[in-house]
Design a protein around this ligand. Structure first.
Ligand SMILES: Cc1ncc(COP(=O)(O)O)c(C=O)c1O
Length: 403
């Protein structure tokens, strides 16, 4: 599916090597720890993939040998270049996390004033705009893909608009061609928040090939991770130089060029990335297996966002319930079974209480009320998948019967 992947896929470690990331609050009859006989283990929305310990140690040993632990060390450089080649992009810079990646991409591109953005994403997409002193202008989403509706963008452009910041939400690509054409016509910069889009391809290329910049998150909950981390992809040499300065206090040696900050990734984090990377193809393939299992059980009963013709990375399994009441009911039935689905993404970002102006985005608000992301991670077994899909069906049937 992913034509540009070059690494040899590795066999994954045993399931015991994976850890829970999102503890949630299991109901009383569900064990809080795994492997208690007779008790059901909680199933969280995601479970971090951990490579075999000795493979991580191999990379840590390299850091011990070099005695370089940060500041663009050898493992950092190797991960940066490996990812750049993997995505076939001109510039890729590792960052301390995906939020700083967004903030510094906005700065490196010189974006000011109003930024057209999506109301349906994780809060970091909006907070990065605000943190950089810009004003988010929310444009509603396409109900089919849940990405920003490109048909509504032009009407929102004013003389103060300088950029579009859109999210490939759940790893589903935005309408990159339409957005690119609008940006060109109006002289706007385009940044894609590609936090969910690692290894997604569109028209045979990495989705990161579109826009002036794309940002990635390598948080432990993502399918490729460095514990905490992220990256910015850029297409312009000048932007790349600016970003490297911003990431590292704005100076090179004793020469100071611009106001910078510390957004560097350490060698220990890059080491985790190098240890996880050989498993990514297998992780994605296994997530597709889980998606297929859910699809077989649930397709006739639930709505889902539409994934267009792309090389999809199976980053999330969102389901759309009939209304907020049904979503709440299904979520509660799942909790009773020890299944912790999450409301990704709620609230619609145009309703955040600290925004200066409130606008209405009815489609995003409606979907934020009805959306639930089911657990999806490498190594889910058939019993776990069945527990989740049975819970969803039971919730829907019980809710319908009550009405
Ligand atoms: C769409 C989106 N953007 C940005 C971020 C922020 O990334 P990080 O947690 O690495 O700071 C996330 C994190 O989960 C995200 O989902």
């Amino acid at each position: 599916m992913i034509a540009y992947q070059k690494e040899e896929p590795r066999r994954s470690p045993m399931k015991k090597d994976m850890v829970e990331q999102q503890p949630g609050s299991p109901s009383p009859e569900v064990a809080t720890a795994t492997n208690i006989p007779g008790m059901l283990s909680p199933i969280h929305v995601t479970r971090t993939f951990l490579p075999p310990r000795e493979e991580y140690l191999h990379w840590l040993d390299k850091a011990y040998s070099s005695h370089v632990l940060t500041n663009n060390g050898p493992i950092h450089r190797e991960l940066e270049e490996t990812l750049r080649q993997r995505f076939d992009v001109p510039h890729l810079r590792l960052m301390a996390n995906g939020t700083l990646a967004l903030q510094l991409a906005i700065r490196a591109l010189g974006i000011t004033g109003k930024v057209i953005t999506t109301p349906f994403s994780y809060v970091a997409t909006t907070s990065a705009i605000l943190w950089e002193g810009c004003e988010p202008v929310f444009v509603d989403i396409d109900p089919k893909t849940c990405c920003i509706d490109a048909n509504l963008i032009e009407a929102a452009i004013t003389p103060d608009t300088t950029a579009i910041l859109a999210t490939h939400v759940y790893g589903i690509p935005c309408d990159v061609e339409a957005i690119g054409a609008i940006a060109k016509k109006h002289g706007l910069k385009v940044i894609y928040d590609a936090a969910h889009a690692f290894d997604v391809t569109y028209k045979g290329k990495s989705i990161l090939a579109w826009g002036d910049a794309s940002t990635l998150s390598f948080h432990a909950t993502k399918l490729f991770h460095t514990v905490e981390g992220g990256a910015v992809v850029l297409h312009d040499e000048g932007h790349d130089r600016e970003l490297r300065l911003l990431r590292s206090f704005g100076h090179i040696g004793d020469d100071h060029f611009s106001l910078g900050m510390n957004a560097k990734m350490s060698e220990m984090h890059a080491a985790m990335g190098m240890a996880v990377l050989p498993y990514v193809s297998e992780i994605v393939a296994d997530r597709h297996r889980c998606m297929q299992s859910y699809g077989e059980a649930l397709a006739d009963h639930i709505e889902r966002p539409r994934v267009p013709e792309v090389g999809y990375n199976a980053a999330y399994y969102p389901i759309i319930l009939r209304d907020a009441e049904q979503r709440e009911h299904v979520q509660q039935v799942l909790v009773q079974k020890g299944v912790h689905a999450r409301r990704y993404f709620y609230p619609a970002l145009n309703t955040l209480p600290y925004l200066k102006t409130q606008v209405s985005c009815p489609i995003a608000e409606n979907l934020a009320d009805r959306m639930l992301c089911l657990p999806l991670y490498h190594g889910m077994d058939s019993l776990e998948l069945k527990r989740v899909s049975d819970g969803v069906l039971e919730g829907i049937i019980a809710f319908t019967a009550q009405k």
